[in-house]
Every structure is written in structure tokens, then in C-alpha cells.
Design a protein around this ligand. Structure first.
Ligand code: NAP
Length: 456
């Protein structure tokens, strides 16, 4: 057996990238060395910058991911943006294979007039803000509107709705950056309208997240009873027997029906669910004042259509939460419709459908923004199986790889390492102690990260 290790670059240190590194180091077929690179000096991608701050159990996944980065054959290389100065051609000198795992970091568009008015915001923007992403400005949100419309019925929509209606006291022990917590404490939001274009049986949110919302002590969740009554139109066919409906949808329906029977408790804030509506236009001149909604229904063949009946909902802010999309990477094939990298069993395919030697893809960039964090484990393992099968050909294509540092130095790219991240990690724990707030309070912004890394 050739004992010279196979050198693999993983681009992106979110769950997909780290699970790929994990799968590479857990096997004994091929000796490997893995460089996990990230644009940011902080690892964990969406676990750090996407999972809601009050979902501490899910965020706990970071502990398992840290074990992978601490493996002796894995190295975290932060502050390196693939495709900016460092290109695929450079990595062809340093690594036998590259696994792209940069996820889906931008919002899908609604495609309706008024979408870009001030006050109409992509949920990704709002999530980046409350998660303390360094690209997001702290002053980005002043929550001055009393009525907010959230478009979409996925788990991200429930996350943003929940963060908007929780009290600052309930969020105090999370890792939310202090200025964001202060902005949330000063929020004037009273009602969050959740707008679903289909019915309760088709909602994408899952029962645990729905239960979280329903359990909030100081929030009335208003579910109009007529919208959770089973209707043949809900499934676009004959009236469904409940046992024919997927179990998850059935649980959602049960929770929603129970909630519909509860009388509002006169809470300070409320979340109002609206099913069977889609935005036709976001209204306003200088900024958002409302949304014109069209009522919808399903055709017998399952197609969603507008009924032509419209209504106006007043709202001073619209959060568009209709899914995430991948961003093309320079020099890497990309499907602009699916917003993913074309692939077969994790091997990147060129426009003629042939595998690109040495290029692999994992996670949301491979399959789209679906599934939970754990889904990325089996997904990445599949990609790594293909990569290992290709190992002999990969080795012969790059017989004498040069160290990554050599190329980064040649290009003048300053980078950070796992030790630098641990310094940021400690500074965040210290900040939490100073503020008497839980285990961690996130530092915010590139400057704050740099100061810690440079020891200021
Ligand atoms: P998602 O689950 O795909 O939900 C997107 C929602 O937007 C759906 O309700 C969809 O309706 C709606 N939508 C799409 N286009 C629309 C349009 N033009 N007009 C109106 N509505 C539209 O996406 P997501 O909420 O961003 O979540 C992404 C992934 O992350 C999911 O797999 C999710 O489960 C996961 N996630 C998990 C958690 C958790 O486990 N706690 C938290 C956050 C995110 P249709 O169904 O009709 O298309």
C-alpha cells in the first residue's frame, strides 16, 4: 500500500465539511491528511451562524464537530476565501482532491414587486444579524414596526418568528451578541404574521419547532380554526383519511387544531398563522407598509394556484423566509436553477456530465437546503466513499503535492488556525461571564476577531 497520505482540501467548515473530514479520518483504507478551510476564522458554519441562539441543544453539535478538527490528521485553516486569491488551480498543486461544502448561504427570491423596499428583508439577513455573523452590521435592525409579516412556513420562518416574540429576558442566557440583545429588548414588535402559501398539512416546519413556538409563556399563537379543519382542497384530492397523511404532517395538524381551540390569553405579543395565502406585492413607497396577499388553493393535480381573491395585510417589516440557495464558486460547475453543484455520488460533473477529476461536493451545495444537521453526516460519507474509490487515480494526477502554507505564503494570504479560534472561543466565554449571561456571548465583527487573534 502507498503510505504517502492522500491530501484533501475541504472548502467550508460547516457540518457538511466537518463530517466529510470525519468520514475521511475514520476509515483505514487510505491514509489521509485533511485541510478544512473557511473564509471565517471561526469554524462550524451554520451551527454557529444559522442555528437559532435559543436552540442550545442543536448548537451542542459543535462539541462533536470540534473533536474532528482536533484530530491529528485534520487541520483547520481559517480566513481563506476559496476563489478570491486562492483558486482551484492553486489547490491542484497542494491537494489530491477538493470537497466543496460551502452550503447555501443566500435567500431565494420571492419575485414579487416591492421585494427590495426598505423593510423587506431576507430571513438570511436577519438570522446572520442575531447569530452575530461578522458580515452583518450590528445597527442593521431597529425593530420599530409593531406588525411583522414572515413569508414562508419552514423551520427558519418559525425561528425568526420565535426570536421576534421572545422577551430579552428569555434570550439573555443565549450567545446573542450584546447589542443585538439590546435591540431585541427595545423591539416594538407586537404581532408576527406567518404566511404559508399552502395548508397546514403541507407546512414544511417540523413538530419540535412548532411545539417550541406554542410553548412560549408570554405569546398568544393564533390559529384560525377554519384553516386547520381538514378540507379536500388541502391535499388536492378526495378528503384524506388522517392515517394516509404523513405522520409529521399529522402531528403538525393535531398541534395546530389543539391550538385553534385555545382562547387567546391577552399576551403582550402574538403570532398569527395564515394558511393559503401568497404575497402578490410588497406595498409601500419609501418603505414597507404591508403586503397584498392572494388567496390560494390546490388543483386536483396538486398544483398551487391563486384564486384571484386578494387582501391587504398591514406590516412595517416583511421577512422573506422562503428557503436558502447555493452560491456558485469560481471555476466550479453550477446549476443556476437548482442552485447546487451538479454531481453524481458526490463527484462533481462538468457540463457534459463527466466527473471533474479531484472535485467533490457535500451538504447543501450538493443536495439543496434540505434536511437537518445530521443529514449531512450520511451525505458527506457518501461523497467520501466516491473520493476514496478514486484515490489511486487522484494520487497519480498529483504525484508530489506541495504544502498548503507554501502556496498561501506565495500568494500573501494571511490565515488563522484552530488555536486562533480557541482564543475567540475563550474571549466569548469571558464576555459571557462579565455580562453574567450563560456560557458564551458572541464577539461581533471582523475587527473583534482580528483583535483577539492579534492579541490586542
Ligand atoms: P424550507 O423548509 O424549504 O421552507 C421554505 C418555505 O417557504 C416553505 O413553506 C415554502 O412553501 C415557502 N415558499 C417557497 N417559495 C415561496 C414563495 N415564492 N412564496 C411563498 N412561500 C414560499 O426552508 P427553510 O425554512 O429556509 O429551511 C431550510 C432547511 O433548514 C430545512 O431543511 C429546515 O428544516 C432546516 N432547518 C431546521 C431547523 C431545525 O431543525 N430546528 C431550523 C432551521 C432550519 P412550499 O412548501 O409551498 O414550497
Amino acid at each position: 500500500m502507498d503510505t504517502e497520505p492522500l491530501r484533501v482540501a475541504v472548502i467550508g467548515s460547516g457540518p457538511a465539511g466537518i463530517y466529510a473530514a470525519d468520514a475521511l479520518t475514520r476509515q483505514h483504507r487510505v491514509p489521509v491528511r485533511v485541510d478544512v478551510m473557511d473564509r471565517l476564522p471561526t469554524p462550524y458554519g451554520l451551527v454557529r451562524y444559522g442555528v437559532a441562539p435559543d436552540h442550545t441543544r442543536i448548537k451542542g453539535v459543535a462539541r462533536a464537530l470540534s473533536k474532528v478538527l482536533e484530530h491529528p490528521h485534520v487541520r483547520f485553516v481559517g480566513g481563506v476565501e476559496f476563489g478570491a486569491t486562492l483558486t482551484r488551480a492553486h489547490l491542484a498543486r497542494t491537494h489530491h482532491a477538493v470537497v466543496y461544502a460551502t452550503g447555501a448561504s443566500v435567500d431565494r427570491r420571492l419575485g414579487v414587486p416591492g421585494e427590495d423596499l426598505p423593510g423587506s428583508v431576507a430571513a438570511t439577513d436577519f438570522v446572520n444579524w442575531y447569530c452575530g455573523h461578522p458580515d452583518s452590521e450590528l445597527e442593521r435592525f431597529v425593530l420599530g414596526a409593531e406588525e411583522v409579516a414572515v413569508v414562508g412556513a419552514g423551520n427558519v420562518a418559525l425561528d425568526v418568528a420565535r426570536i421576534l416574540v421572545k422577551t430579552a429576558d428569555e434570550l439573555r442566557h443565549t450567545d446573542i451578541p450584546q447589542p443585538v440583545l439590546e435591540a431585541l429588548a427595545a423591539s416594538r414588535v407586537r404581532t408576527v404574521h406567518l404566511l404559508a402559501r399552502r395548508g397546514p398539512l403541507q407546512a414544511k416546519f417540523t413538530a419540535p419547532e412548532l411545539r417550541d413556538l406554542l410553548a412560549l409563556p408570554d405569546v398568544d399563537v393564533v390559529v384560525p380554526a377554519d384553516q386547520v379543519a381538514i378540507d379536500p382542497a388541502d391535499v388536492g384530492g378526495p378528503a384524506p383519511e388522517l392515517h394516509q397523511v404523513a405522520r409529521a404532517a399529522r402531528t403538525n395538524l393535531r398541534l395546530l387544531s389543539e391550538q385553534a381551540r385555545r382562547a387567546p390569553r391577552g399576551c403582550r405579543r402574538r403570532v398569527r398563522l395564515h394558511f393559503w395565502v401568497r404575497p402578490e406585492e410588497i406595498l409601500g413607497t419609501d418603505r414597507v407598509t404591508g403586503v397584498r396577499l392572494e388567496r390560494t388553493r390546490l388543483e386536483p393535480d396538486g398544483h398551487l394556484v391563486g384564486t384571484g381573491e386578494t387582501e391587504v395585510l398591514d406590516a412595517g417589516m416583511v421577512l422573506r423566509s422562503v428557503g436558502y440557495a447555493g452560491v456558485p464558486l469560481p471555476g466550479v460547475p453550477f446549476d443556476p436553477v437548482e442552485r447546487t453543484v451538479p454531481q453524481e455520488e458526490g463527484r462533481v460533473l462538468d457540463p457534459s456530465g463527466r466527473p471533474v477529476r479531484g472535485d467533490y461536493v457535500a451538504g447543501w451545495l450538493k443536495r439543496g437546503a434540505t434536511g437537518v444537521i445530521g443529514t449531512n453526516k450520511s451525505d458527506a460519507a457518501g461523497t467520501v466513499r466516491s473520493l476514496l474509490d478514486d484515490a489511486p487515480a487522484l494520487r497519480s494526477a498529483v504525484p508530489a503535492p506541495v504544502p498548503l502554507e507554501t502556496v498561501l505564503d506565495e500568494l500573501g494570504i494571511a490565515h488563522s488556525g484552530y488555536g486562533d479560534w480557541l482564543r475567540i472561543d475563550s474571549a466569548e466565554a469571558e464576555q459571557a461571564e462579565e455580562l453574567d449571561r450563560g456560557e458564551r456571548v458572541k464577539l461581533h465583527g471582523w475587527r473583534a476577531y482580528r483583535d483577539v487573534i492579534e492579541g490586542d
